[in-house]
Design a protein around this ligand. Structure first.
Ligand code: NDP
Length: 310
């Protein structure tokens, strides 16, 4: 029997995904019909990305699962018309991209690159940076991305701790959890990387109180989600010098409005939500493998906990 797969995303994504998804589904041995339109009661699976036209899942009466193309699921996880399993994207292309982006921005801070780029003034400031082993970095969120980033940083020699909701044991990383764990993770961190999902429990993880727990002059790197940071508290901490610099890839409102104070702030670098993209070729293989598993009665991978919201 043919499996009907609806690609529910903005039109331009179809151009990127039609070929790799077709290839991956074929290679997975699935007899499929992949389209951007179907009668809802004919659809078996929905490949989903934010801003799709599908907001009401109730007419999709034979739907077996919704497969989110992105790692973050905040746009769909609370949809009460969705009653079938929801999966999220865990993909090695996405992970590798995030490792590279975080590594680049961490090294910028660690090596004091800005000081040299902005200091071409004839002064010979020969203060060498410390070795990575003497630089404490903490990664908030130790999931698919956070754990890989933490391990890559540790691989380069950084002194890495990480924080998650549940207890973890990751080679080479000081793993912390709970409220006390967050305090401990922040108390010595010179560089903080946020890779938490956007859920009610993670909102404003960095706020006036937690920013004050960091050593003075710490730097923030946020490729997670905008709501993880209380923006007013961060701006105040930047102005007071408590936070030396922040590199922000994600915001409460995207695109970040031109008048937002982050754009003009001398201690902020804004990047336009490009830390790591879902890569069409590898992500298509993940989607195809999950459909194959489900059709063969095997458990889906990367199922979202609807209660926890990630
Ligand atoms: P995962 O779901 O694999 O990991 C989430 C991590 O956050 C887990 O370690 C989890 O803890 C922890 N966590 C969740 N809630 C809490 C909490 N209340 N307190 C403490 N820790 C918590 O997600 P990924 O690693 O795949 O992705 C993380 C986020 O990165 C995505 O949700 C998305 O927002 C963002 N992202 C950004 C991209 C960009 O380009 N800027 C690209 C891709 C993703 P536990 O392990 O105990 O469950």
């Amino acid at each position: 029997m043919t499996t009907n797969i609806l690609f529910a995303a903005k039109a331009e994504r179809w151009t990127t995904y039609e070929q790799p998804l077709t290839k991956a589904l074929t290679e997975a041995g699935i007899a499929f019909d992949l389209r951007t339109e179907f009668a809802p009661d004919q659809v078996d699976y929905i490949v989903y990305a934010p801003n799709s036209d599908v907001q009401d899942f109730s007419p999709y009466t034979r739907l077996r699962a919704v497969l989110n193309l992105w790692a973050g699921v905040e746009d769909v996880v609370g949809n009460t018309t969705l009653t079938v399993p929801l999966t999220r994207m865990v993909d090695h292309g996405l992970t590798q991209g995030m490792i590279e982006w975080v590594m680049g921005h961490t090294l910028r801070y660690h090596l004091g690159i800005d000081g040299h780029m902005n200091g071409q003034d004839g002064m010979w400031r020969n203060v060498a940076p410390p070795l990575a082993q003497d630089r404490k970095v903490t990664v908030l969120g130790l999931g698919a991305l956070g754990a890989a980033v933490a391990q890559a940083l540790a691989g380069l020699g950084f002194d890495v701790s990480g924080w998650s909701r549940s207890a973890k044991d990751i080679d080479g990383i000081l793993c912390l959890h709970g409220t006390e764990g967050l305090r401990s993770a922040l108390s010595e961190a010179e560089i903080v990387v946020l890779l938490l999902p956007n859920t009610p429990a993670t909102a404003n993880t960095l706020n006036a109180q937690t920013l004050a727990q960091l050593p003075s002059g710490a730097c923030i790197i946020n490729p997670g989600r905008g709501p993880l940071i209380d923006d007013d508290a961060l701006l105040a901490a930047l102005d007071s010098g408590q936070i030396a610099h922040a590199t922000l890839d994600v915001f409460r409102i995207e695109p970040l409005p031109a008048e937002h104070p982050y754009w003009a702030h001398p201690q902020v670098t804004v990047t336009p939500h490009i830390a790591s993209e879902t890569r069409a070729s590898t992500a298509s293989q993940v989607i195809a493998e999950n459909i194959r598993r489900d059709l063969n009665g095997e458990p889906l991978l990367h199922i979202v906990d609807r209660f926890l919201g990630y």
